[in-house]
Design a protein. Structure first.
Length: 93
């Protein structure tokens, strides 16, 4: 998967404005993760880069459960998913 630099910069901007937030991404190959972290440091600083986290791919059910703990779900223009077009079980904050 590739993240468009324009989109990544927007996501980092959101993290900058919302200090209690994280950007939770599916695991990349190690060189890709390192590159994203280094780019985040250059563009937004270490504190923001520390809130870019990676997780292993999960089966669909676990992935949906993970998504339910999020307040906001972002996607890339390259991938776009309908996976999270499911009813929320709680009111948005």
């Amino acid at each position: 998967m590739q993240i468009d630099p324009f989109i990544f910069r927007i996501w980092l901007s959101i993290l900058t404005r919302h200090p209690n937030s994280i950007l939770w991404l599916l695991r990349f190959p190690a060189p890709g993760e390192a590159h994203l972290k280094e780019t985040a440091v250059r563009w937004a600083g270490q504190e923001v880069a520390d809130r870019v986290v990676f997780t292993d791919v999960a089966n669909k059910n676990e992935h949906v459960i993970r998504g339910r703990i999020a307040d906001l779900f972002l996607d890339t223009t390259e991938v776009r998913t309908d996976l999270f077009l499911v009813p929320l079980e709680r009111e948005p904050p």
